[in-house]
Design a protein around this ligand. Structure first.
Ligand SMILES: [Zn+2]
Length: 480
């Protein structure tokens, strides 16, 4: 391991931790990169989206080689522990070493993706690497929706090969990822006055584990909104039920863990509501015993009441849609064992004025499968009488198993570490998929050192893995 070379990576990373760089507020880090280029005698360019490219010519004797792009994102997720004061735009991150890990005190570290920037800068800075022409691309606003990559200038990047430095497991090469689309149903409804003899109760579904809708969708964990829909369906078959309020879930990329509804039923049916919840609850305990820590709970409690309830037919259509709406894995990969190909997440339900809003998101590396999944959900919304709209939509990256850069990276890895790397496709978004929209034949790979706890204050980066990953990157830059 050449730790002397890696010391440049740490020096650059240390500088980066001193610069505020929340998503959409990358002005400071951008200015810093431009000045950095200037002071190292390198040319830089900024596009309309705020992305930066720093270019370096080929080393002596390497002029005939193809240009290579190294890419990382400038922004970071800003999460801190309760009670920690931190001004994200101005305060430096307080880093500390714990064993072989580097972490931050009370905040995210921003090694996602600051360490990617640092590795690219160390390569640019070095005088003794035999590189072909290099383009280091630093994008803005990755974390809130891949916006820098989406809005990148056309015909800007000259390289036909790109290495994305935003993966989090040393020894694993990512060669494909899922695209995503949000599909939203909006159901306008009419209300009527609640009958004087009605009993109001609040139904809550809680105790589920949830998780990221890309990484955890194949774990068969309970979805609080589906569970609530199923309960309301059973209750509605037992007695005359009206919905006054309903909500559940939060983020579109999270499997919902909590949901609640306020419903009105005839006073005499109070026990029915409780009994149905108890029976259903014990079924759920069994069904989710291995996936949700045996804590799933369906609870019915008295509620002080509401003036208005949804008209009966609206409530029935809504409940039917929640029962019918697909959730989970739709298709597994036929090429990689155990990999989810296409999935959908029933993510959130809420009421705004006189409209119920149901939010879902679909993922697939293939545009065709992503669209089919979105359409399947949209059909359920339309059957309910809702309007279907689409939110964020980004393309996937279908793996190319005969990619040149993947072959070369595998060769470098084997040469340095004497074993084959793991080559994988992930069921989550990466900027690589988005680049393909404007750079159709870009040959890409994504890798990085080992990071843990990203997007949380427990984020940490494994120090020796940074040093090994940098050695690998240098070898690839010299030989790819
Ligand atoms: Zn990242």
């Amino acid at each position: 391991m050449n730790t002397q070379k890696a010391s440049e990576v740490w020096a650059e990373f240390d500088n980066i931790t001193k610069i505020g760089r929340p998503s959409k507020k990358e002005g400071k880090i951008r200015e810093n990169l431009i000045n950095w280029a200037k002071s190292h005698g390198l040319e830089s360019e900024t596009d309309e989206a705020g992305n930066v490219i720093i270019r370096k010519g080929a080393a002596e004797g390497q002029e005939g080689r193809q240009s290579l792009a190294l890419q990382a994102h400038m922004d970071m997720v800003c999460e801190k522990d309760e009670g920690v004061n931190h001004d994200w735009e101005n305060d430096p991150i307080k880093t500390k070493i714990e064993g072989e890990w580097l972490t931050a005190e009370g905040t995210t570290l921003g090694a996602d993706d600051g360490i990617g920037i640092a590795m690219a800068l160390a390569i640019l800075k070095s005088g003794d690497i035999k590189n072909g022409a290099l383009e280091c691309l630093f994008t803005v606003d990755e974390e809130t929706g891949l916006y820098g990559a989406t809005n990148i200038r056309e015909n800007w990047l000259k390289s036909k090969t790109l290495i994305n430095l935003d993966s989090e497991e040393e020894g694993e090469f990512c060669i494909g990822c899922a695209g995503g689309r949000d599909t939203i149903g909006e159901l306008k409804f009419e209300t009527e006055a609640a009958g004087a003899s009605m009993y109001f109760c609040q139904v809550t579904v809680s105790g589920l584990v949830g998780g990221h809708s890309g990484e955890c969708i194949n774990m068969n964990r309970g979805n609080s909104i589906k569970i609530l829909g199923e309960y309301l369906d059973r209750l509605g078959k037992e007695c005359d039920m009206r919905i006054a309020h309903i909500k559940g879930g939060n983020l579109r990329n999270a499997i919902p863990r909590y949901a609640e509804a306020i419903v009105a039923i005839p006073f005499a049916e109070k026990e029915t509501a409780i009994r149905t919840a108890n029976i259903f609850g014990s079924e759920l305990q069994k069904a989710y015993a291995n996936t949700d820590d045996k804590a799933v709970d369906v609870r019915v409690e008295s509620h002080s009441g509401c003036d208005k309830v949804m008209k009966k037919d609206v409530g029935e259509r809504l409940v039917k849609a929640l029962v019918d709406c697909p959730h989970g894995v739709l298709e597994m990969s036929s090429e990689i064992e155990g990999l989810v190909d296409t999935s959908t997440n029933l993510a959130a339900i809420s009421i705004k004025d006189d409209t119920v809003i149901i939010e879902t998101s679909q993922r697939s590396p293939g545009e065709d499968r992503k669209e089919m999944a979105s359409k399947a959900v949209g059909r359920v919304f339309e059957a309910m009488g809702a309007k279907t709209t689409y939110g964020k939509d980004y393309p996937g990256w279908e793996p190319n198993f005969s990619s040149d850069i993947v072959k070369k990276c595998c060769e470098s890895y084997k040469k340095l570490y004497g074993k084959a790397p793991i080559v994988k496709v992930i069921h989550a978004g990466l900027e690589c998929g988005v680049f393909l929209r404007k750079y159709h034949d870009l040959d890409m790979i994504s890798f990085g050192p080992t990071l843990e706890g990203v997007h949380s204050p427990s984020e940490r980066v494994n120090i020796p893995s940074v040093e090994r990953t940098y050695d690998l990157l240098v070898d690839i830059v010299e030989n790819a």
